[in-house]
Design a protein around this ligand. Structure first.
Ligand code: SF4
Ligand code: SF4
Length: 494
């Protein structure tokens, strides 16, 4: 084991929901399914308003040729019902942006479309299994939303790491999943190994504060799977941090774990792969922790994608004092503009927060240059410098200090004695840089269009000129011929 630089031990609040077994969430009257729930190419609807749909039916996919090779996955209906709208809705994103969504009125029957499992997957090629996983709409369920099949290309991979280190405070869904469904996770890991070209080595990493999960997985594991306990330090669950802890390899900026022959998948992604391949069920639901002081009954729920968050908070006993709803954990999560936001593939936790915590929030003070943020940053960045340049809106300098290496883990904000919301500054700077880049791209394409228009007009002008010149030359030739014929005629006449 290696220990990465920095990290923190925040109060985990996991006891609120850690003893709650995974229970099915109710079917909501409406599902709101954003067309883009993954990193990569967007999808387009393949259903129309008024269409009847079944659970597990593809309702949107990328129209590009052979989209299974692209960074995209299709979207499936998560229950049966009728498409009642395809429109822009606010989606769960820190910027509160809107995006196209398919709205389905459920019929309460939850009828599955025909399920076609690949029970004999080990007789099929890795490519075929990978394509099947792509078609099942599976993305990294640890929070990133990266299409899982992209990380299943063999490219000299020899080690699969299954990430069971759920280090964020409040979240317990992976812990419960490891305790309750270890065989599905192990079976999923086996399928992933087959899709990676039949590799042998698999490590499942579980933090040492989850002894029951460790025991359950150890008992279910086959001889090619090693379940290991790792120290509980936030953010061990980050891909780079986990790889470093297990192997000592430092993944630098721009590098992929594949450089070291490693690929990492989350425990719930492994379960989703098992369900898709062995049961023929695409990704239509996931386990979510609904917790916080503003619900009477914190729970781990198996939730249909597209379920409005309000519906889940109500199912867990909303308290009237609820002040805000956070999606994600206490360190990396962000408050939702309202609780009508839908659950998406990357939603792993909802924290219903009481108002008194917000009122008690300490006042932000000036930076005292104590260096605590630097000592705790797991990426060895200089958070204080990043803060100064974000505040000064010096977007060039802040990139020189590797802003985009920041994983927004929140360790720096957590230890800052001046209570500066450092991550908010970094998010703001990143958004401004991306906005600037988009504007520059737009300006460049507008410039190219303008230059092409000038070129086209000039070319047309020259073509017209050449045409007129040719017409004039032709006319003069014809005039000469006519005159010559007239002279000949005149001679003959005389
Ligand atoms: S921890 Fe806060 S006060 Fe200390 S240097 Fe960093 S930003 Fe400044
Ligand atoms: S939020 Fe970014 S800068 Fe702060 S500790 Fe985490 S990685 Fe470092």
């Amino acid at each position: 084991m290696w220990q990465f630089h920095g990290g923190v031990h925040p109060k985990d609040h996991k006891n609120l929901s850690s003893t709650s077994s995974i229970a099915p969430a109710d079917i909501p009257p409406f599902l709101v399914l954003p067309l883009l729930q993954h990193i990569g190419e967007p999808t387009e609807p393949v259903v129309n308003i008024g269409d009847k749909v079944l659970k597990g039916q593809i309702i949107a996919h990328c129209h590009a040729y052979n989209c299974r090779k692209l960074m995209t996955v299709p979207l499936h209906s998560s229950s049966s019902g009728t498409v009642v709208a395809i429109e822009e809705r606010t989606v769960p994103h820190p910027s509160g942006l809107t995006a196209p969504c398919i709205i389905i009125e459920t019929d309460g029957k939850d009828t599955w479309a025909k399920q076609v499992p690949l029970t004999d997957y080990s007789d099929l090629s890795s490519n075929m299994v990978r394509d099947y996983i792509a078609r099942a709409g599976i993305v990294g369920l640890g929070g990133a939303g990266f299409p899982a099949h992209i990380k299943l290309r063999p490219d000299d991979i020899d080690t699969l790491i299954i990430n069971g280190s759920e280090c964020e405070p409040y979240i317990t869904c992976d812990d419960r999943l490891m305790q309750e469904q270890p065989h599905e996770i192990i079976a999923g890991a086996k399928i992933i190994k087959h899709a990676l070209g039949g590799i042998k080595r698999c490590i499942i990493a579980v933090e040492d504060n989850k002894p029951a999960a460790y025991k359950a997985l150890s008992e279910a594991a086959d001889e090619q799977t090693k379940v290991v306990k790792i120290p509980t330090v936030y953010p061990t669950g980050g891909e780079k941090q986990l790889i470093y802890v297990l192997t000592g390899h430092k993944i630098k900026r721009g590098q992929l774990p594949a450089k070291f022959g490693i690929v990492v998948h989350n425990v719930e992604t492994a379960r989703a792969v098992y369900r898709a391949v062995q049961l023929g069920r695409p990704l239509v639901s996931r386990v979510i922790t609904v917790t916080g002081g503003a619900v009477d009954n914190p729970q781990n729920l198996e939730v249909r994608l597209g379920t409005p968050m309000r519906f889940l908070v109500d199912q867990c006993g909303r308290k009237p004092e609820m002040e805000r709803l956070i999606m994600g954990g206490a360190m990396m999560g962000f408050a939702q503009p309202d609780d009508d936001m839908p659950v998406v593939k990357t939603t792993n936790c909802l924290i219903a927060s009481l108002g008194d915590r917000i009122k008690d929030k300490p006042v932000q003070m000036p930076c005292i240059r104590c260096g605590a943020c630097m000592n705790t940053c797991p990426l060895n960045l200089l958070p204080q410098q990043l803060y100064w340049y974000a505040k000064a809106k010096d977007l060039k300098k802040i990139q020189d200090y590797n802003l985009f290496e920041c994983i927004e883990c929140g360790c720096c904000s957590y230890v800052c004695p001046s209570h500066i919301p450092l991550v908010s500054y970094y998010r703001y700077a990143k958004a401004e840089i991306r906005k600037g880049e988009n504007e520059q791209k737009k300006a460049e394409s507008a410039k190219q269009r303008h230059e092409f228009r000038i070129f086209r007009l000039q070319r047309e002008k020259e073509e017209r000129k050449a045409k007129h010149k040719k017409a004039a030359t032709d006319k003069s030739k014809q005039d000469k011929i006519k005159a010559a014929l007239a002279r000949v005629k005149e001679k003959k006449g005389s």
